[in-house]
Design a binder for this molecule. Structure first.
Ligand code: TXA
Ligand code: MG
Length: 340
């Protein structure tokens, strides 16, 4: 048993076909893939992640033609979304095709599908469809242990699982450009408005412009036995191991005062100016992430991982602006902070 890293698409596709695990890059984050028709392989992915069995996973497809093998109905809205955003960072929730394993759907009557745009993901899904036949699908939760930060580079996947006795092929590729998980939109119920279940790179405005109808914005759900189980909806998720706290710029002087004897990292959303210079004195480390939401998202998880390795007492992240463009970043940051 070993983790093998490489760039060979053919090997990776054959591993999937043989029921083995393949981690691969997508434009959002790296996924931990398995043949979505192979229940033993799906169970192996859940076991590798330590993910509860009732959390559904996304099926990754080579193209939108494959959608009808997974969804009982691909209606007009679903078509419009797929035509506009695929390949790309949008996951569409549709009624489940009766032949889809309940392991994929977490026992729900809907299925989540997506066609990623990362060139390596596309090549892999096409090569796998060549072996497994049209309508082939690959489940791929983010390639991290349950609740931890998603990987955006092949080396993160390796670090996440090194030391385990898993057998896994890590298909290497360029880092994930988007850097946070896909937007999930639920269009499974005809007659009901489309609803955002997880905010991401593609916002409500963009969806609305394509559908020409109102889209229900993302609303964090309270856990209840009846709500669809969206694992990212657990309050504490995407979390580093070092305690993470959020701060407003006006609180920074007080934080520095309170932590004179601790080694903490302070992460600004854009330059922190004189406050940053004060924070950089002594034991603290100051980092500055970009002041635009897309670049910030692309660097967020890599920054969390890098800081996590440095043994800080705590990580203090500045709260980004309260604007729609930052919604997905707010969501990930507040979940990371909720773990502490
Ligand atoms: O960007 C992404 O979507 C990445 C890359 C690898 O493609 N994948 C990813 O997978 O984020 P994962 O398993 O970490 O998150 C999948 C999310 C979970 O929150 C899950 O609950 C939700 O999708 N989901 C899956 N099937 C669903 C369904 N039928 N209804 C509602 N939510 C669903
Ligand atoms: Mg995940």
């Amino acid at each position: 048993m070993a983790i093998i890293q490489g760039r060979d698409i053919g090997t990776a596709a054959r591993w999937l076909q043989a029921g083995k695990l393949v981690a691969f890059p997508t434009e959002t984050v790296y996924g931990l893939g398995a043949n979505a028709r192979d229940e033993a392989a799906i169970k192996a992915v859940f076991a590798a992640k330590g993910r509860p069995a009732d959390h559904p996973v996304i099926v990754h497809l080579a193209d939108s033609e494959a959608a009808s093998a997974w969804a009982a109905q691909v209606d007009k809205r679903a078509r419009q979304l797929m035509d506009a955003f695929w390949p790309g960072p949008l996951t569409v929730v549709l009624p489940r095709h009766p032949q889809v394993s309940t392991l994929v759907t977490g026992g729900q009557d809907t299925v989540a599908i997506r066609c990623p745009s990362h060139p390596v993901a596309r090549q892999l899904l096409q090569a796998f469809a060549h072996l497994a036949g049209p309508g082939a699908g690959v489940i791929a939760p983010s390639a991290n242990r349950f609740g931890h930060v998603s990987p955006t580079q092949a080396k993160h996947v390796f670090q996440e699982f090194v030391g385990s006795d898993l057998e896994m092929y890590v298909l290497e590729g360029a880092p994930s450009e988007v850097g946070i998980e896909s937007t999930i939109v639920d269009v499974s119920q005809a007659g009901q408005p489309a609803r955002i279940l997880r905010p991401g790179h593609i916002g409500a405005d963009a969806l609305q412009a394509v559908l020409r109808e109102e889209v229900m914005p993302y609303a964090p759900q309270k856990a209840s036995p009846d709500t669809p189980r969206v694992s990212g909806s657990l309050k504490a998720h995407y979390a580093p191991r070092t305690p993470l706290y959020l701060f407003q710029r006006a609180q920074l002087s007080r934080i520095i005062q309170a932590h004179q004897a601790d080694r903490i990292a302070v992460v600004g959303c854009g330059p922190l100016g004189l406050l940053g210079e004060a924070a950089a004195q002594g034991l603290h480390q100051v980092r500055v992430l970009p002041a635009d939401a897309r670049s910030y998202a692309a660097q967020l998880y890599g920054t969390l991982r890098a800081l996590d390795e440095q043994g800080f007492a705590a990580l203090y992240f500045e709260i980004p602006p309260a604007l729609p463009a930052w919604e997905a970043v707010h969501d990930r940051l507040s979940r990371a902070a909720a773990a502490f």
